[in-house]
Write a protein that binds this ligand. Sequence first.
Ligand code: PLP
Length: 393
Amino acid sequence: MAYNINEKGYYGEFGGAYIPEMLYPNVEELRQNYLKIMAEPSFKTEFDQLLKDYVGRPSPLYYAKRLSEKYNTKIYLKREDLNHTGAHKVNNTIGQILMAQRLGKTRIIAETGAGQHGVATATVCALMGIECIVYMGEIDIARQAPNVARMKMLGAKVVPALSGSKTLKDATNEAIRDWINNPVSTHYIIGSVVGPHPYPDMVARFQAVVSEEIQWQLKEKEGTSKPDYVVACVGGGSNAAGAFYHYLEDTSVKLIAVEAAGKGVHSGESAATSILGKEGIIHGSKTLLMQTNDGQITEPYSISAGLDYPGVGPMHAHLYKSGRAEFIAITDDEAMTAGLELSQLEGIIPAIETSHALAIFDRKKFKPEDLVIVNLSGRGDKDLNNYIEYFKL
Ligand SMILES: *Cc1c(COP(=O)(O)O)cnc(C)c1O
């Protein structure tokens, strides 16, 4: 495996589990059991059933005719926006809640920035009747009131993180502190392909259903299971990991990872992690992250809350370093324009994260016969206020 994880928990030189000793038993319990549990027939049956009846999978692979005509190539959209809760994140939280049950856990914790992962976690905890505590920076709680209300309505307890910058990284610290104090009862649901091994691999496997479906859906429509390109936006990297997963080792399928350039890659207000990042350790894994010369993590910026993350998962750090995937950084303005364009050409209002992936068609020329798949990671309802402000709607 040149591009997927190795038996030591590394993608090339990235990954691993750089954690405080007090966290070791929790992570080790998960590491020893996750593959075994995922391979159990009863796990697979329950996971597949919930993805079908609760999430609404398979999500359609939609041929975007008007968008294709405009850019003179064949564009298919993988409709993760049609999932229950409006994005791909629920594929992972369903998988992890089933994992937690089989590990005998009775309490779930999570951290959230914009609130999307908190909502996806609170949703599956309600589904299973399990206690749910979501840590969220005090500033984010004020900024993301609708998602806080959703979590509360779903029965979760939202705990403000009051330290530091009172945002995502502080919420993460609180969640880790909680996990250290409650190792036996509690599972920590991480929302992307980040964190110590085995999280990146476990989350990638839960999201891999996306490319598994793309393979047979494209075969039905085009007579081949292999597209020329798969395109996805990258925050931590989970929707991209899912869309790339079954194509990782097949280099005839080109992979394009789209990051948020914010106000410009070199503007000082950006989240283009792979381009700006240097090797370092964040949330327990060795990866690329944005940092000062003396190693302090720098605040990322993007108009899109879901891409506003200073690191990137170790799989993507390796895809970047090895050249397996092409990385393109898209500015706020380019993304917003692409989001409006998809709305008016196809009648689909995308999440602003996803709009970044769609913006590559103004950057990169494809051949008329190319099959290009864009992972439509989420819907734009949550971003309406941003669109309203930006376009003065
Ligand atoms: C959270 C989110 C992302 C970014 O997270 P990844 O782990 O990189 O996928 C992208 N799109 C949407 C719609 C999201 O909600």
